[in-house]
Design a protein around this ligand. Structure first.
Ligand code: ATP
Length: 325
């Protein structure tokens, strides 16, 4: 049995790492890809997970598979192809510290994952199926993602969706919007940023935008707000929770840690169970997820920074909260 199976992109993020003695910019090789980060967050908390996706049969792909294996993630659904190189992303930090990306993905191996590559037994064995939108930016991965999510839905799995928006990976915003909305039709729960909420619903207003998400059949919507915590909408209504005050080093992966921590609490339940959640129970989960997200910002990189259960519990017991936005 598995708790969560996830399908999606996997790549290498090259992130700035200072300068050499000669003054040249240094880059650090980091595993990247939101669905795999969500699984790593769950594995760190003790859950059984499996990844479905593709990298190149090159040193990067072999490295990525080894990283996931070391996290305890089942990699039998992680394929390596000789037909394309592992996708690479170079992360640039602008003067205000915001991340900008350039992608080497033309095509990238992650997009070559096709319907025939899906290990359906892994989806069948899991309580939750999780996917994102980066694997829907092109074929054959888009068809594979939709085939997998339809299969998971037909099997009665809880469906979790993280519609990430990276403008450079789409031909134009209209196609991004249409395809990212398609994912909403299958999702029981979604996690978005404010800008993704606006792209998906046409409004950045948290109340109106989250209500629009529910019209697709979504039962739980989380809008993560960085240091301002999280806004949520559930069948019983909406709410907002502050997050924890931590010394922030690098926010990469905070959203994935947040979502992994939510799924930590929801695996073992089905879509109908989400209708029964009460405010107290949901807010305890979100508090836990805010702590996991906050802790992930205290170290460089995504996977190395993900907290274990004891670390989250210590944070809940000891750290003070930031003012809610
Ligand atoms: P990413 O896509 O980079 O993984 P995201 O935009 O999906 O991130 P964020 O809103 O940045 O997600 O972060 C998720 C959660 O992590 C927040 O809801 C919050 O609880 C915590 N968090 C993020 N940034 C900070 C911060 N600067 N200080 C404290 N907590 C933070």
């Amino acid at each position: 049995m598995l708790d969560v199976a996830a399908l999606g992109e996997i790549l290498i993020d090259f992130t700035p790492a200072g300068r050499s003695a000669a003054g040249q910019r240094l880059l650090e090789e980091n595993p990247g890809g939101a669905p795999a980060n969500v699984l790593a967050a769950l594995a760190k908390l003790g859950k059984r997970t499996a990844f479905l996706g593709m990298a190149g049969r090159d040193q990067f792909g072999t490295y990525l598979r080894e990283v996931l294996r070391r996290q305890g993630i089942d990699v039998t659904g992680f394929k390596l192809t000789g037909a394309a190189h592992t996708t690479l992303a170079f992360v640039h930090l602008n003067e205000s510290g915001d991340r900008q990306f350039s992608f080497y993905r033309d095509p990238g191996a992650d997009l070559m994952f096709s319907e025939g590559d899906i290990e359906y037994d892994l989806i069948r064995a899991a309580d939750v199926f999780h996917f994102g939108s980066i694997s829907m930016t092109g074929e054959p991965a888009r068809g594979a993602t939709l085939a997998a999510v339809k299969f998971a839905k037909a099997q009665g799995k809880l469906i979790s969706y993280d519609p990430n928006y990276r403008p450079l990976l789409w031909p134009d915003p209209a196609q991004a919007q249409a395809t990212m909305r398609l994912g909403l039709e299958y999702a029981d729960l979604v996690k978005v940023s404010e800008s993704e909420l606006e792209l998906l619903t046409g409004t950045a207003d948290l109340e109106l935008g989250s209500a629009a998400l529910m019209e697709y059949g979504v039962r739980l919507a989380f809008v993560t707000l960085g240091p301002q915590g999280c806004f949520y909408r559930a069948p019983f209504g909406t709410g907002r929770l502050p997050t924890y005050a931590v010394p922030v080093v690098d926010t990469t992966g905070a959203g994935d840690a947040f979502l992994g921590a939510i799924l930590y609490h929801l695996s073992g339940r089905n879509a109908a169970d989400l209708e029964q959640l009460d405010r107290g129970e949901l807010e305890r989960m979100i508090d836990f997820a805010n702590a996991a997200g906050a802790l992930t910002t205290t170290q460089k990189g995504a996977i190395p920074a993900l907290p274990g259960l004891e670390q989250v519990q210590r944070c809940l017991a000891q750290l003070s909260k930031l003012p809610a936005g």
